[in-house]
Design a protein around this ligand. Sequence first.
Ligand code: TYD
Length: 214
Amino acid sequence: MKEKGSLFSFEGIDGCGKTTQIYGIRDDLLELGYRVEVFREPGGTALGEELRRIVLHRKDFPICERAEVLLYVTSRAQLVREKVFPLLEQGTIVLLDRYADSSVAYQGYGRHLPVEEIIRLNDFAIEKRYPCKTFFIDISVEEAESRLSGKEKDRLEGEEQEFFHRIRLGYLALAKRFSDRFVILDGEQPPDVLRKIILRSVLEVVGHPKLETR
Ligand code: TYD
């Protein structure tokens, strides 16, 4: 059965600006008359927000790498069943601030866990429902570091630069492998320029309401 809504995910290393872009695109789409929802990962449900607190902010006990990936994937499984799938059935556009690719990039490439196994975990959790398009907002690790300096860092943001280099290269590998859905964007161009490019790409999938009514 073809879904009525459309799913888009936004990916990139910490500090790439994807959250700003998502809310900009959401506003643009709302203005055009679409129904739109945004969720962040980990989170987006009561269980997911609880897991977010644990995985990002509890520094008083260890979380091993395999447990870490399972926590993210658990949050994702709940989010798709509880929120994303029903909204897509209703014809809503769903924008995700991180999704399956984050686990592959961060825990697979970043933490050296086996990439193929993480892809299988994702397939199970999301029932193989991947986005129409995944916007990978690419910035250099040095630019990310300078954008994040002065901000209090969570458990992952405190990792060394090499970790983020591996993640960035991981995203580029994923973009090559899943080139049918990945869109690589230069995250160092002005935010309003980037926003126009993303909006155009979203409208290619969902159609432009003004054009349809002609
Ligand atoms: P968040 O504050 O939302 O960061 P950002 O604004 O950069 O998305 O925290 C999410 C953090 O969790 C971020 O450092 C990436 C990490 N993460 C993973 O390591 N694996 C995952 O599967 C997901 C969804 C996030």
